[in-house]
Design a protein around this ligand. Structure first.
Ligand code: ADP
Ligand code: MG
Ligand code: ZN
Length: 204
């Protein structure tokens, strides 16, 4: 049963904005490079916040990455001797990213996928739910709620359109979003909100 020694698998790093997904992706990539494994990092072309050819975290760590328009382009771009593939901002990719990650894993590649698990309304984001379902390992990170200081699982849009029909894809950093916990998050329009009358602390 020598297949047990094959290295291909999928790891997901998810969480809200500012939860440290890119930092964690970069940490794993750097360790692979220390182990002299060839690494390639990809991101969707839509994310051009900081640089078109780097993956960059909010604390300015960065690594060279390849912007791609469609997820299937990744299959062509991965070189034969590549052992580790990193994919950042995976929530912005098309649904085919799930099969792309699976095919890479079946080629024996360690696939590290980082992305937002929820959009600013607190709903599952793009292909992330399906990637999470097929991954071998999942890490869910939390940021710090800017309102109350609790661990934050959600991203609050604080500028631009926020209604139920607002475009989900609005790429941006500090000026557009902030990290909030479940109770400070105001998702708008989906009927899901804290019921303060039923919380234990508010019962008489
Ligand atoms: P992500 O990729 O998940 O958006 P990054 O890895 O780019 O996150 O950035 C994480 C860093 O953002 C943290 O190490 C910290 O320096 C910074 N940061 C800014 N605001 C917050 C916050 N509200 N909670 C946690 N970290 C924050
Ligand atoms: Mg990031
Ligand atoms: Zn809070």
């Amino acid at each position: 049963m020598f297949h047990r020694t094959l290295p291909g698998f999928i790891e997901v790093i998810c969480g809200s904005m500012y939860s440290g997904k890119t930092e964690e992706l970069l940490r794993r990539v750097k360790r692979a490079q220390i182990a002299r494994q060839k690494v390639q990092v990809f991101k969707p072309q839509i994310d051009d916040r900081f640089s078109v050819d780097h993956v960059q975290s909010h604390n300015a760590n960065r690594i060279i990455s390849h912007p791609v328009a469609r997820s299937i382009d990744i299959l062509e771009l991965v070189e034969n001797n590549t052992r580790v593939v990193g994919i950042d901002e995976a929530q912005f990719f098309d649904e085919a990213i799930v099969d792309v990650a699976q095919k890479l894993a079946y080629r024996g590649i360690r696939v590290i996928v980082a992305g937002l698990d929820m959009d600013f309304r607190g709903q599952p984001f793009g292909p992330m739910p399906r990637i999470l379902a097929v991954a071998e390992q999942v890490t869910k990170l939390q940021a710090v709620c800017v309102v109350c200081g609790a661990p934050a699982s959600r991203s609050q849009r604080i500028a631009g359109p926020t209604g139920i029909d607002a475009e989900k894809v609005l790429v941006g950093a500090a000026d557009l979003y902030e990290a909030r916990c479940r109770f400070c998050h105001e998702p708008e329009g989906d009927g899901l909100a804290p019921d303060f009358t039923k919380l234990p602390s508010s019962k008489k």
